[in-house]
Ligand binder design. Structure first.
Ligand SMILES: Cc1ncc(COP(=O)(O)O)c(C=O)c1O
Length: 379
């Protein structure tokens, strides 16, 4: 047997990592400005994280959700305290798509309605319903079609109002910042209107913070900049720092009952230990603040380079060029040993580094990019 060939692979084989660096099998070091797709939040192989996972594996790694699990209570309490949602409830899953799937299912159970509003160019995952909300028909197999979803432009309040009017809408699903599309922000007034409009129409507001959450933008959640409190919030990626862990934060108005949701692996002892270690390090090392400060430093330096547009907040940055970034990305990797990310738009370079990135590492990237841009211009 061999792996099913669905990923275009970079010509690198990382074998070990620490902080913001990866090493390949020849011992070459790479700066990770991709974070394994926004997953590495506290840094690779953080000591406290490794210690917590080792200890939990050696005591009780797994038992099913049929027994008392104090670690789930501890994780929920810590996440509630750190995120600013202490009275919310937490349902734990293994991935972002699962978080979305369960959040929308809950909204539909709660409202008794079926229709969902999502955004053009949005991405919410690859399970059936998540794909239904993802504005990329090319990813949908025939079996993934037929969900009752209407797409509006991200940030279009009038469009949202029209889509909600006179219809039985269960939920509006919005990314905190559109990531895969190429790092696009929406005005704060749009999120505030989305909160008011969903309330007025008996629908729920779901914020997808899978990529933009967990301190990446300088706040715990990107939507907190707009001062809103959504009914449901989805998290994954940085939540486990590489351990598969996701969740749905659920407002106290939404009631549970036994059997409503369920999963085998969501919220196991090992997963909770990983989640708790991540939150403890995020807090102890002020990584959301670091993300804001180093993000501002990095964006400020990048503004001096010939980049068409620099978007995003904190350490969620999209660099938009007038040409495809394929060669640029290759040169950064081969000549300067820097990992960067792509977006749906081939002219966008996406930066999603671990939140412990420091100024020296950011400055190294800026110098390297400057050199590559000069070389590309002269060829
Ligand atoms: C905003 C957003 N939502 C959902 C997902 C899906 O997460 P997962 O790949 O863990 O299923 C992603 C993944 O990139 C994402 O960026």
């Amino acid at each position: 047997m061999k792996p099913f060939d669905v990923y275009p692979l970079l010509p690198v084989t990382p074998v070990r990592a620490k902080g913001c660096y990866l090493w390949d099998e020849t011992g070459s070091r790479y700066l990770d400005l991709y974070g394994g797709h926004a997953v590495i939040s506290i840094g690779h192989a953080h000591k406290a994280y490794v210690r917590a996972l080792n200890a939990q594996t050696g005591s009780l790694g797994f038992y099913s959700n049929s027994v008392q699990n104090p670690l789930q209570k501890e994780l929920a309490a810590k996440l509630g305290q750190m995120s600013g949602y202490p009275d919310y409830q937490l349902f734990l899953v293994n991935s972002g798509a699962e978080a979305i799937e369960n959040a929308v299912k809950l909204a539909s159970f709660h409202t008794g309605k079926k229709k969902v509003i999502a955004c053009k160019n949005g991405f919410h995952g690859r399970t059936s319903l998540a794909l239904g909300l993802t504005d990329n028909p090319g990813l949908r197999a025939p079996v993934n079609q037929g969900h009752d979803v209407e797409f509006i432009a991200y940030g279009d309040t009038a469009g949202l109002e029209k889509a909600l009017a006179g219809k039985d809408v269960a939920a509006v699903v919005l990314e905190g910042i559109q990531g895969i599309a190429g790092v696009y922000e929406a005005p704060e007034a749009f999120f505030q209107a989305a909160q008011d409009l969903t309330k007025a129409h008996g629908a729920l507001l779901i914020m997808d913070e899978i990529q933009s959450g967990y301190g990446r933008t300088g706040r715990f959640f990107a939507h907190q900049q707009a001062g809103i409190a959504p009914d449901l919030i989805t998290v994954a990626k940085g939540m486990g720092n590489g351990f598969p862990l996701g969740g749905v934060l659920i407002s106290p108005e939404i009631k549970s009952r036994h059997g409503l949701l369920g999963t085998t692996f969501g919220g196991t002892h090992l997963a909770c230990a990983a989640g708790l270690a991540v939150l403890n390090v995020l807090e102890a090392e002020n990584l959301a603040d670091n993300s804001r400060v180093v993000g501002e430093f990095l964006s400020g330096k990048l503004r001096k380079l010939p980049v068409r547009e620099i978007r995003g907040r904190g350490l969620m940055i999209g660099l938009s060029f007038d040409y495809p970034v394929k060669e640029l990305r290759q040169r950064l990797l081969q000549d300067f040993r820097i990992f960067t990310g792509t977006a749906t738009d081939p002219r966008v370079l996406r930066l999603l580094p671990p939140l412990c990135l420091n100024r020296e590492q950011a400055a190294y990237f800026v110098r390297s990019l400057k050199t590559v841009l000069t070389e590309i211009k002269s060829t």
